[in-house]
Design a protein around this ligand. Sequence first.
Ligand SMILES: Cc1cc2nc3c(=O)[nH]c(=O)nc-3n(C[C@H](O)[C@H](O)[C@H](O)COP(=O)(O)OP(=O)(O)OC[C@H]3O[C@@H](n4cnc5c(N)ncnc54)[C@H](O)[C@@H]3O)c2cc1C
Length: 391
Amino acid sequence: MAEPSTARPAMDPDEEAALLDGIQRWMDKEVRPVVMKHDHGDIWPAELVAQMAEMGLFGATIDTEYGGLGLPAQTYAKIVMLISSYWMALTGIFNSHLIMACAVERFGTPEQKALWLPKFASGEVRGGLALTEPNAGTDLQAIRTTAVRDGDDYVINGTKTWISNSINGSCFAMLVKTDPKADPRYKGMSLFIAPKGEGLSVGKKFDKLGYKAIDSAELVMDNYRLPAANLIGGVEGQGFFQATGGLELGRINVAARGVGIAEGSLRLATEYAQVRQTMGKPISEHQAIQLKIGEMVTRAAASRLLTLEAAKAYDRGERCDMEAGMAKYFASESAVTNSQEAMRIYGGYSYSKEYDIERYYRDAMLMCIGEGTNEMQRMIISKQWVKRNPA
Ligand SMILES: Cc1cc2nc3c(=O)[nH]c(=O)nc-3n(C[C@H](O)[C@H](O)[C@H](O)COP(=O)(O)OP(=O)(O)OC[C@H]3O[C@@H](n4cnc5c(N)ncnc54)[C@H](O)[C@@H]3O)c2cc1C
């Protein structure tokens, strides 16, 4: 089956600049003053979520036909970079929601698109992606959740874990096995639009190192009944392809978050290095610190370029798993390294919760794990590279 195109024209540069300017003003006025309260207390930011819905962020990449902003991936990535440069976790509230929407928009039936996409775009229905299970993360084809046809319904049993937005969201793109005996395994997998209802409950909530204020918990399905009309695309056996198709945009998302952390760490370190004095001068004038900042600037800039290149390929409607993989891999490793280097530049104060930098350090590592681990990214990059360069 041919993949539906992701092609979308680039935005007018002036309009894009005005949009980003509006987001910057929102960050300065509404978000930055409350980040520490929400991060330290692990408190879901209800007011900010309402403002994000107002700004249309829950429909950022959904087509205007369905009430979304219809943004190209390039502009969307720049928004994610900007927000993440102050508080990465906030982007998780609409990122995985938009991957769910992307699966419906690319692979859903006309009826499914007409029913669900306007609700996703307005933020009336918010949610995320339910793929991972206790025994299966990287090896998605090993999932055990089953959906058994019963008349006009499917009955779903199983457990999903680590699901972002599972407590505060109300709908998920859920990957299941409709034919657990299929060989190859992916042919027995299907993706459902799964709103919360009888038989679907939230299980254990994870207490995490970082990525605070956004809920990560289990979803437990106990004879959870869904109409067959919720099977994305209406045909069984397409789920693996549909779920991993959405991951290209997911990887651009994560890359953009990595860029934000790398740039935010650089910004904080640059400010601090100019005010902190040792041996009679700002530490930015010591060569040891200059070497760090020089590398941090370069890493952040390279991450941004790789991410925008991947987003441009996505907007041209090209297959971009290698480009998205390179961006995700490099930007997430840059986020980790830049946040660590910024910690060193802050010295002892980096360890104080009175400063922001420790949050970047705690948040960064997730970027290496989510949307396909960096071990897997390098394998994907290599396989695609060799395929594109036959001997
Ligand atoms: C905060 C957070 C939020 C998350 N949100 C979501 C969400 O919203 N929805 C969702 O579905 N999931 C979510 N996840 C789950 C995440 O996608 C998985 O943790 C991730 O895919 C890795 O799977 P795993 O944890 O099972 O690790 P494993 O698959 O067990 O991997 C363990 C290690 O082995 C390596 N490895 C595994 N297989 C191979 C191989 N074939 N070759 C080489 N190396 C290999 C991995 O790279 C890794 O280093 C979230 C996770 C976290 C921590």
